[in-house]
Design a protein around this ligand. Structure first.
Ligand code: GDP
Ligand code: MG
Ligand code: ZN
Length: 359
């Protein structure tokens, strides 16, 4: 069984736990989520826990429920046979979110309390700079450190050229080509991110080899992997759940299923951070709040015209900025609807109470 330290526990978590937990509750980390039942890990082993009524009723959105990677205060199983129960969630240090797939304006939490995000691509697929930029914005926003991992380095491709291309779109981000499967497999470059208690989440399309990388790091087949369909080079969706695992040599990994849509949920300054060359020009724009779109006197557009800013990067920046602005508008509408619903519920409850009292 992993110790608390091996699960990522430290003095700060301990202090937060002290402040939140009641007597008899113990700390545990959520490793898998399955329709409101949660698999949690603690030094006592693995157990299935359910949510306390309070969390279920007070959470105003799915994002306020436990997610894979959360530290929780748990009431152990009782002698009477009641299941362990999650009573509180410790404040999250990092949150990787996306907008949930489809039309709804909802936050989907992908993983929390992660130190590093591996953005995994397969060298058998066309490398997509735009997708990497998008993932980088989301990773920066999460608060975790992004690392680009290029898997399947055994394939006959020009790795140096691809690494150069990535360096151009991901300045200041480490890039590691690795080889996870077959003779000569080597993922040792990734071990530096996996010291005891550190948590890494692996993200990327299905078929890029996320589960295979975890198996290689673990030195055993902990996770199922799937051959890529030859027809379209896409992976099959083997993993449907996010899954947190503790490695024998130290370190914690979170496997995620491939997600087709990766739309931003939040991106305060993250877009600017991923496009430092645009940020650098922005200081010279005529308007301080220039969006570098149609404003006159825009130094960024001048940079694009002069060729000092790459035109594709600029397009990508504008697209992500628009997505971000549209999202903020949608979120505002959403919260108005929620407020109305809550006040309606509130007034219903008030009427019921008045009726009760009047009797
Ligand atoms: N050639 C090669 N194939 C790999 C490598 N890593 C994984 N694969 C294969 O890629 C396919 C998808 O792997 P999987 O781990 O299931 O991908 P996931 O969907 O990202 O978890 C499987 O057939 C793996 O055997 C690698 O380094 N080289
Ligand atoms: Mg997988
Ligand atoms: Zn501008």
């Amino acid at each position: 069984m992993p110790s608390l330290i091996e699960l990522g526990w430290d003095e700060v978590w301990a202090a937060q736990f002290q402040a939140l937990a009641l007597e008899g509750e113990t700390p545990a980390r959520v490793s898998l989520e399955h329709n409101h039942v949660f698999r949690v890990l603690s030094p006592d082993g693995e157990s299935l826990a359910e949510l306390s009524g309070r969390i279920r009723h007070e959470a105003t959105s799915r994002a306020e429920m436990p997610s894979v990677g959360d530290w929780v205060a748990m009431r152990p199983a009782t002698a009477e046979g009641a299941r362990p129960q999650i009573r509180a969630i410790l404040p999250r240090r990092s949150v990787f979110s996306r907008k949930s797939a489809g039309d709804e304006t909802k936050q989907q939490v992908v993983a929390v309390n992660i130190d590093t995000v591996f953005l995994v691509s397969g060298l058998d697929q066309d490398f997509n700079a735009r997708r990497i930029e998008r993932y980088l914005v989301m990773a920066r926003q999460s608060g975790a450190q992004p690392v680009v991992v290029l898997n399947k380095a055994d394939l006959p491709v020009n790795i140096e050229r691809i690494v150069r291309e990535i360096d151009a779109v991901a300045p200041n981000v480490p890039v590691h080509p690795v080889h996870a499967k077959g003779a000569g497999a080597d993922v040792s470059a990734l071990r530096a991110y996996l010291s005891v208690g550190k948590t890494v989440a692996l993200l990327g399309s299905s078929g890029v080899g996320k589960s295979t990388i975890i198996n290689a790091l673990a030195g055993q087949d902990l996770l199922k992997t799937a051959a890529v369909r030859e027809s379209d080079g896409r992976g099959r969706h083997t993993s449907v759940h996010r899954h947190l695992l503790v490695l024998g040599d130290g370190g914690i990994v979170i496997d995620t299923p491939g997600m087709r849509e990766m739309q931003l949920w939040e991106a305060d300054d993250a877009v600017d951070e991923v496009f430092p060359e645009i940020e650098a020009h922005a200081a010279d724009c005529r308007f301080r709040d220039c969006r570098h779109d149609t404003e006159p006197g825009c130094s960024v557009k001048a940079g694009v015209a002069a060729g000092t800013i790459d035109a594709d990067r600029y397009e990508s920046f504008i697209k992500l900025q628009h997505e971000r602005t549209a999202l903020i508008a949608l979120q505002a509408v959403r919260s108005q609807i929620d407020e109305k619903r809550q006040s309606r519920q509130g007034s219903k409850a008030m009427k019921a109470l008045q009726k009760e009292r009047g009797r």
